[in-house]
Design a protein around this ligand. Structure first.
Ligand code: ZN
Length: 91
């Protein structure tokens, strides 16, 4: 003859088991459906290497200045502008 306490433990274990299986499966599905969103935004942005010789690579275009069809970072853009104006001294 089974004791009432044993039945309750078995019933509780069964409920717990079902909850774990159901919860686990649902959770995994949700995680798999959600795409990883961290770090991709910067890679998707259009980038260009700095042509100024400073060695900067994959600089976002909004950080670059286009001079004569080349892209320069802030530092190199200032130099390039100076050199460009220096090419035409006193007409
Ligand atoms: Zn540069």
């Amino acid at each position: 003859m089974m004791r009432k306490g044993t039945m309750i433990v078995l019933a509780a274990a069964l409920v717990l088991l079902l909850a774990v299986i159901g919860g686990c499966g649902g959770g995994q599905t949700d995680e798999a459906a959600t795409p990883p969103a961290t770090g991709d935004a910067t890679q998707l942005a259009e980038t260009h290497d700095c042509d100024g010789g400073c060695g900067m690579k994959a600089v976002p275009l909004d950080k670059l200045t286009e001079i004569n069809g080349k892209f320069y970072c802030a530092g190199c853009a200032a130099k390039a502008k100076t050199e460009e104006s220096a090419e035409h001294p006193h007409g």
